[in-house]
Every structure is written in C-alpha cells, then in structure tokens.
Design a protein around this ligand. Structure first.
Ligand code: HEC
Length: 195
C-alpha cells in the first residue's frame, strides 16, 4: 500500500520542482496571503516601461497588457508593480480600498537572505524619504490607475534614471550584474543622500 503514497509524493515533488524551475515566482493562488516571501528578485518579474510587473494570482499577460497600454488601463487583481527593489504596489481584490483603486503599497527591506516588509497599507504608507505613497500616486491622471510613469502627473521622485537602473541591477536577492560607470556613480551618490 505504500507504493501509491510514494508515487503521490514523487508527483508532488516533481511539480514543486517544475514550479521552482519555471523562473516565475509570481504564481500564487488567489487565496494565498501576500507576505514578505511574495516579493523576490525584482528582475525575475517582467520588464515593461521603466518598471517590472507580475501577477500574484497568475494572470501576468493581463498585467503586462495594462502596463503596455499607451492610453491607460485598469490593472487586474494580483498585479504587482516595482520600479526599485524596496517599493511595490499590489492590486488587491475588488473592494479592498476605493480610495486607492484597490492598490496596496509596500515599503520593503531586501537583503541576500530575502525580503521583509517595513511598511504596508494604503493611506498611511510612507516611503524612506518621508513621502506618502498614495498622495503622490493619486496624482496620476485617472486613466493611468495610479501608475505615475514619467509623465502621468505625479510629483517627481528624487531618483534619476541611472539610480533606478543601479538599484534594479544591485537587488541583493538576484544574481550580481555589472554596473556601468555612470550607474556606479549614481549609486554612490544615492548612498550618500540616504545615509
Ligand atoms: C513624491 C511622490 C512619490 C511618492 C511619495 C511615492 N512615489 Fe512611487 N513613483 C512616483 C513617481 C513620479 C514614479 C515614476 C518614476 C519614474 O519612472 O522615474 C513612481 C514610481 C513608482 C512605481 C512604479 C510604477 C509607477 O507608478 O510608475 C511604484 C511601484 C511605486 N512608485 C511605488 C511607490 C510606493 C510603494 C511608495 C510609498 C512607499 C511610493 N511609490 C511613493 C512618485 C512617488
């Protein structure tokens, strides 16, 4: 009688391994909680525009389509959007919070060991520069579903393009990547500013 049990175990193990090998760490069931482990190497997400996207509920194509839209779109539930490793927006289930179009904001601490959540929420979520996430993101014109991009109407962030690229390339949860000289300089300047 132990044979079928073993077979089930091997099947489960194989599917777990396959899931692990797919390179897509954003697949979760709709009911699984969004916690620190939901956030992994930023570069394992799909690059679109200047940022990266995924979908915790599995529908990555719908999220990518929203992000690629040139006229704006409502992001589907489960969407995760990240410009830098330490911040994320997650589109929660419909009805989660009308004031944020159902987005939840996250400020993350990342290290080679993984991710921990420093701040999560809607109205009260503040980044490490003291800025309120919702106050800025709500400035995006309505068709952009609170995504700021470069020209959707939000106050600017104090990070230039080289700083953003350097932060994306030095996510400690990802394999190391080489920086250009200007990216290294931008990163050094950013470190000074945030100390
Ligand atoms: C001062 C205004 C401001 C604050 C405060 C702010 N953001 Fe942003 N955010 C922006 C702007 C502007 C961009 C686009 C920057 C770019 O592409 O260079 C952006 C980009 C992003 C993006 C990429 C998608 C997009 O909207 O372009 C995410 C995700 C994000 N911010 C999350 C957060 C989170 C989470 C917080 C709070 C912890 C936060 N932001 C606080 C203005 C702000």
């Amino acid at each position: 009688m132990s044979f079928p049990k073993k077979l089930v175990f091997i099947t489960l193990l194989a599917s777990a391994m396959l899931a692990g090998c797919s390179g897509d760490n954003t697949q979760q069931s709709a009911t699984k909680a969004i916690d620190a482990d939901s956030f992994q190497c930023i570069r394992d997400l799909t690059p679109v525009q200047r940022f990266f996207v995924g979908n915790f509920f599995g529908d990555v194509e719908a999220t990518v389509a929203a992000a690629e839209s040139e006229t704006g779109a409502v992001y589907p539930p489960g969407s995760v959007v990240q410009l830098v490793p330490g911040e994320a927006m997650v589109k929660r289930e419909a009805g989660f919070n009308a004031s944020s179009n159902d987005w939840e904001f996250f400020e993350l601490d990342v290290s080679a060991e993984g991710t921990s959540i420093r701040v999560r929420g809607v109205e009260d979520a503040v980044n490490r520069f003291g800025g309120n996430c919702l106050e800025c993101h709500a400035q995006a014109r309505p068709e952009w579903d609170m995504i700021c991009g470069l020209d959707h109407g939000c106050d600017p962030i104090p990070l230039n393009n080289d700083m953003i690229l350097a932060l994306q390339k030095t996510d400690p949860r990802c394999a190391p990547m080489e920086l250009t000289e200007t990216e290294s300089e931008a990163l050094a300047l950013l470190m000074q500013l945030t100390q």
